[in-house]
Design a protein around this ligand. Structure first.
Ligand code: GAP
Length: 513
């Protein structure tokens, strides 16, 4: 990560703590690695993101319904889904630093550095030549070509080793590339071992293997095992979808980068059941829809891109990520996967229960194919928070930190601020608050100078401040101060409810999709 982005990321993390968005879990005991708590403002923002996703799925699509399945599931679920046998990451330890890494990520990091080298060559050349043609340069420059060839070869070897589970080959690649521990610089590595990411515990009073159950590593399986329950009770016709928001748990080997990779996190997943053979058209449909959902938020279209999976999971016949430009660069925000009939077929096999759909149009039974959209709620939170965070120098030489969170997602929509604590202004302000609080989330404050109060609201992303002054008592008008422009306008109290409710409604964003 370049220094500037590194600093920005550190500032975002510090800001999130200082203003009640995110705290390290059980901080008084020095925290718990890769586990976080959401504070008073974080919980509101998180709930608003959930609402935006939930309404998009279940209100804008008449053929999608939502469920809320339990975290604990019958242990055979995870045998059938492949998680017991194959939900592994390859881990490697450095004997000198005693640090643990994901072997595939060490190699990917090496590839990223080679890619950066290519980009630097390209940038240098672009500065040198006026009529610079990138494609032409890349295809003729020897150093760039050599590096690109090397990247392709490493990728091929990585793919083979991961695909076949060949841990020796993975270690050999690390040795051949002379990859060193980023902290100690040492190349003294252990063998690579597979590490299962599922957390387990015991159910009931007997702590033996027969009572072993898992904390779900994805919410999707709660949807698959309920597929027929929902289809029958909801009289759903294919194509249809089941959506769910809930906690998932993964014992990540390397969990860092704040809430980007956590051990306890939340997913928002939707499984869309389709007729076999029609999955690719629905896969394209959901790619487009999900990208529109992201873009409607207005965080900047250039901050999103698709990244196709070259290395397909055993259950998928197509898969891609929507990547977001986080402070540490473009990273996976959401996955869109065409999962074939893998999960339902295996649950049918392991449970011995039929999980088929009777298609009245074709007069036949079949196991539907599934297209899944899966987004991490915490990653979405980080995307919104990091892009909203801005440090600004103002015309008068002062500085402010502002969170330009899209108004419908902001923790508080309106701050109600009497100019002074006397002359009946607080009473008038409370009167306004008592009317508005049924429509938008309000925050009341009368302490400190008005400028200081505005800055505090900027820092938690409140899009509107309503100020009650002496003129208010005479003509029933107030000023609305806009967070992004800092402009103020005088409006009638009567107009507040309609204007502010409309401006802060999630429907406003949904209509753009
Ligand atoms: N059901 C499919 C599935 O779980 P995934 O790519 O493993 O697919 C989906 O996860 C999304 O969940 C990711 O795109 C990411 O946003 C989020 N996610 C996965 N692991 C995470 C972690 N350790 N911390 C935070 N979010 C995570």
């Amino acid at each position: 990560m370049a220094n500037q982005e590194d600093n920005l990321f550190k500032n975002v993390i510090a800001h999130a703590k200082e203003y009640g968005f995110i705290f390290p879990s059980s901080e008084i005991y020095d925290g718990l690695s890769a586990v976080y708590d959401y504070g008073q403002n974080g919980a509101e923002l998180k709930n608003n993101i959930k609402e935006y996703w939930w309404k998009f799925m279940t209100m804008l699509h008449e053929n999608i319904v939502g469920i809320d399945a339990a975290i604990f599931m019958h242990p055979t679920t995870w045998k059938a889904s492949g998680h017991v046998d194959a939900f592994n990451d390859p881990m490697i330890d450095n004997k000198d630093s005693k640090k643990r890494y994901r072997a595939d990520q060490l190699i990917e990091g090496y590839i990223e550095k080679l890619e950066e080298k290519i980009e630097k060559e390209v940038e240098k050349a672009a500065k040198r030549f006026e009529n610079f043609d990138r494609a032409m340069f890349v295809s003729t420059n020897v150093r760039v070509l050599e590096n690109q060839k090397k990247i392709d070869e490493i990728n091929e070897k990585l793919k083979d080793a991961m695909g076949s589970g060949n841990m020796e080959a993975l270690k050999q690649l690390i040795i051949d590339l002379e990859i060193a521990d980023p902290i100690s610089g040492s190349r003294n590595w252990t063998d690579v071992r597979q590490f299962n990411l599922m957390f387990s515990t015991e159910m009931g009073s007997l702590a033996d293997d027969t009572n072993k159950i898992y904390l779900r590593p994805e919410t999707a399986q709660g949807i698959f095992v309920n597929f027929l329950n929902v289809q029958k009770t909801g009289r759903m016709k294919i194509p249809f979808g089941i959506a769910q928001i809930g906690k998932a748990f993964r014992n990540e080997i390397v969990a860092r980068q704040f809430i980007f990779r956590m051990r306890e996190f939340e997913q928002m997943e939707m499984q869309f059941f389709v007729k076999p053979g029609e999955e690719m058209q629905w896969y394209e449909f959901w790619k487009e829809k999900r990208m529109k959902w992201h873009n409607a938020l207005g965080l900047g279209e250039a901050n999103y891109r698709f990244h196709d999976h070259l290395n397909l999971a055993h259950y998928a016949n197509a898969a891609c990520d929507i990547q977001f430009n986080f402070p540490m660069g473009f990273r996976e925000l959401e996955g869109i996967h065409s999962r074939t009939d893998f999960d339902l077929k295996n649950h049918e096999k392991y449970s011995g229960k039929k999980l088929q759909y009777f298609d009245p149009e074709d007069n036949q039974n079949y196991i539907p194919y599934v297209v899944e959209t899966s987004i991490g709620l915490d990653r979405m939170f980080l995307a919104v928070l990091s892009k909203s965070y801005q440090e600004e120098k103002l015309a008068d030489g002062s500085e402010r930190v502002v969170l330009r969170i899209p108004a419908p997602l902001a923790p508080n929509k309106v701050a109600i601020l009497p100019l002074t604590k006397k002359d009946g202004l607080p009473e008038k302000a409370m009167e306004i608050m008592n009317e508005l609080k049924f429509h938008v989330r309000c925050f009341y404050e009368e302490k400190d100078a008005i400028g200081k109060r505005y800055r505090r609201q900027d820092a938690i992303g409140t899009p509107y401040c309503v100020t009650i002054d002496h003129q208010t008592l005479q003509d029933n008008t107030v000023t609305i101060r806009h967070r992004d422009t800092m402009e103020q306008e005088r409006v009638a109290i009567d107009s507040l409810k309609t204007t502010l409710t409309e401006a802060c409604s999630i429907n406003n964003i949904l209509k753009r999709i």
